[in-house]
Design a binder for this molecule. Structure first.
Ligand code: CP
Length: 293
């Protein structure tokens, strides 16, 4: 039984297979490969993109999808996550997709070995399908020529699960990763890192901006995000005259993370990332629930 708890569950070869399948699904929707499968989605944190993207992906492949809303579930009566999961698994789903506040939650459920578990974002450590859709978007943008490309990740890196998974996967796939953040948002790292945005993006082929993870800050880190934006918001002056792609996993804090003008520019891949998320999640579901069932 295979799970996707974080990107290191997939080898480089598997990631290339996911990219290949996602590309073929983007060119032509496949037949209903998962028509006899049942998938349960379990989101303990809000989501716009990931939940709907997984559900669209599953339905495009013909799977049935059941969503359990934790706010209206028996977790509110004190049932543990493990018991909730075991009870759902007693209904014989083929996979469970989970988003949770706790870093270890997807691994805890995967270790129960009841059904393939797919991590849709846990705590501040892992968001593997975001990293996979990001590498797919980069791969497409550069026609597969990604080895040695320079990517700079900017923002609240210390608290971002997108950064956690991406830093690992981007390096596995041969990209050079640089980090830019104020010291409050910078993790312990051996990667090249800068407080100054201009210095950090000097050689960048790709900028990946991240929002401040306000919901994960125990107390406010900055009183004034307008002041933060003066130093870290991606503005036209940062991309003009350069061959550079701008990415963001969403939700974007407009004019704090990225300016309206940059978001609207043809250098922004932000909505392309969302489109690609459906094809990548189709490929992940196929890999876990069909090819390795
Ligand atoms: N990128 C991402 O995880 O977005 P959502 O929180 O809307 O799912």
């Amino acid at each position: 039984m295979l799970h996707l708890v974080d990107v290191d569950d997939f080898s480089k070869e598997t990631v290339l297979k996911i990219i290949k399948d996602a590309k073929s699904f983007k060119i032509k929707l496949p037949p209903k490969l998962l028509s006899n499968k049942l998938i349960i989605t379990l989101f303990f944190e809000p989501s716009t993109r990931t939940r709907s993207s997984f559900e669209v992906a599953a339905k495009r492949l013909g799977a049935d999808v059941v969503h359990l809303d934790p706010a209206k579930s028996s977790t509110k009566k004190g049932e543990t996550l493990e018991d909730t999961f075991a009870n759902l698994c007693a209904m014989n789903p083929d996979g469970v997709i989970i988003r949770h506040t706790q870093d270890e939650s997807a691994k805890v459920l995967a270790d129960m070995k009841l059904v393939p578990v797919i991590n849709a974002g846990t705590g501040k450590n892992a968001h593997p399908t975001q990293a996979l859709l990001d590498i797919f978007t980069i791969y497409e943008h550069f026609n597969g020529d990604i080895e040695g490309k320079n990517i700079t990740i900017i923002g609240d890196i210390a608290n971002s699960r997108v950064a956690g998974s991406n830093i690992k996967l981007l390096q596995t796939m041969g990209l050079n990763v640089t980090l830019v953040a104020p010291k409050e948002f910078m993790p312990q790292t051996s990667l090249p890192n800068f407080e100054n945005l201009e210095q950090g993006i000097e050689n960048a082929d790709i900028i990946m901006s991240l929002r401040a993870q306000l919901e994960r800050h125990k107390k406010p880190i900055f009183d004034d995000y307008g002041e933060y934006a003066k130093h870290y918001c991606i503005q036209p002056k940062h991309i003009e005259g350069k061959s550079i792609a701008v990415m963001h996993p969403g939700p974007v804090m407009r004019n704090i993370d990225i300016s309206d003008e940059v978001l609207a520019s043809n250098k922004s891949l932000v909505l392309e990332q969302v489109s690609n998320g459906v094809y990548v999640r189709m490929a992940v579901l196929k890999h876990l629930l069909l090819d390795n069932a």
